[in-house]
Design a protein around this ligand. Structure first.
Ligand SMILES: NC(=O)c1ccc[n+]([C@@H]2O[C@H](COP(=O)([O-])OP(=O)(O)OC[C@H]3O[C@@H](n4cnc5c(N)ncnc54)[C@H](O)[C@@H]3O)[C@@H](O)[C@H]2O)c1
Length: 328
């Protein structure tokens, strides 16, 4: 049986994920809430069978198996908790919440309701990342001592709410850096993060720890248990010389692996296994990956709607993001 699913927020990413779920035949798109009329018309065109509902409370009254949340980030936690308490499974955009405390509350609600909760850490599902992750975990790179994580976006977000900390939870770190933190912890099997040293900037000016302003540049060093150091740089409106500069490399004594965006693209990623001066290409960059995390959630929901402990990984990620903001 295809799960009957509702959609909360069908702006840019919410509509993309809805279309991917429909194209995969993974859900019945039953209902949606989208206050913006233009976005709602586009949603209705993409999902003619879905009923547009006036507000979240009405949607929560509907007989739904699951809810896909892609509203402004501050709404994620209260909306996810309300849905879980009504017995719906939830697939939520990253960040699951604005900080670790809120993230923990959502996970507790899922555990208490015994319902499936997943977060859209979409880059895990690129073929490029899927190609390097087993190599990192296999031990063939020898002793892992370094990682280089980069996500520069030459544009920055085009919606005002992203630049309001109360609505977004922060700037480029919680928007882009969070994917890099997730990939690092996930590939290294969620090690203890011993130290975090971070420097946040807005318009070139250094921000104090726990800033009210939203950062548009961050440079961070993380020291992991086991001795590896990771350097993480991310930004909005960066002079990158192209649309985006996205890189994820892990260095070991016997070689390295890297994922890099191709030609400044936000969507196309190459993966390499490197030894000395040699680099072997691992995957074809043409890969339609954006909806895969959502489809994986829907397939799991069709089989089993119960709590999946893997959502606790979002808390480990949120704790590191909190430490980056505190500068410790
Ligand atoms: N996983 C990823 O890689 C990825 C990529 C992009 C964005 N995101 C996340 O997705 C979320 C949405 O980002 P976006 O770029 O699509 O933003 P957006 O502004 O385009 O979309 C948000 C939508 O929510 C609607 N909305 C506002 N209040 C609402 C409410 N109470 N109920 C229902 N809908 C409401 C808005 O009208 C808007 O259409 C953000 O949390 C962002 O961080 C994740």
């Amino acid at each position: 049986m295809r799960p009957r699913v509702g959609f909360l927020g069908t702006g840019w990413i919410g509509r993309h994920r809805m279309e991917a779920l429909i194209a995969a035949g993974a859900v019945e798109a039953a209902a949606f809430v989208e206050p913006d009329d233009d976005a709602a018309s586009a949603t209705q065109a993409a999902a003619p069978g879905a009923t547009r509902m006036p507000d979240v409370d009405t949607l929560l009254e509907a007989e739904l198996d699951g809810l896909v949340i892609a509203t402004p980030s501050a709404m994620h936690a209260p909306q996810a908790i309300a849905a879980l308490e009504r017995g719906m499974a939830v697939f939520c955009q990253k960040p699951l919440a604005r900080n670790a405390e809120e993230t923990g509350a959502v996970i507790e609600a899922a555990r208490h309701a015994d319902r499936l909760l997943a977060v859209d850490f979409s880059y895990r599902f690129t073929r490029a990342v899927e190609a390097i992750a087993p190599i990192v975990r296999s031990g063939e790179l020898g002793h892992l001592f370094g990682a280089e994580l980069v996500f520069h976006n030459a544009y920055g977000p085009d919606k005002a709410w992203f630049r309001n900390r109360a609505l977004s939870g922060g700037g480029c770190v919680i928007d882009l850096g969070i994917h890099l933190v997730d990939l690092l912890l996930w590939m290294f099997d969620f090690p203890e993060v011993r130290t975090v040293e971070s420097h946040l900037f807005a318009h070139g000016e250094r921000l104090a720890p726990s800033p009210d302003a939203v950062e548009d540049y961050a440079t961070v060093t993380l020291r992991l248990a086991g001795g590896a150091f990771a350097r993480l740089d991310c930004s909005w409106n960066h002079h990158a010389g192209c649309d985006a500069d996205i890189r994820f490399a892990v260095f070991g004594t016997e070689g390295s692996v890297a994922v890099e965006n191709v030609g400044g693209s936000f969507y196309d990623f190459a993966a390499y296994r490197r030894t000395g001066t040699q680099a072997r290409t691992l995957v074809d960059p043409l890969d339609d990956w954006g909806g895969r995390a959502a489809v994986a959630w829907a397939h799991r929901l069709a089989r089993d709607r119960s709590f999946d402990r893997r959502c606790e990984e979002a808390l480990a990620v949120a704790e590191v993001v909190d430490r980056i903001y505190r500068g410790e």
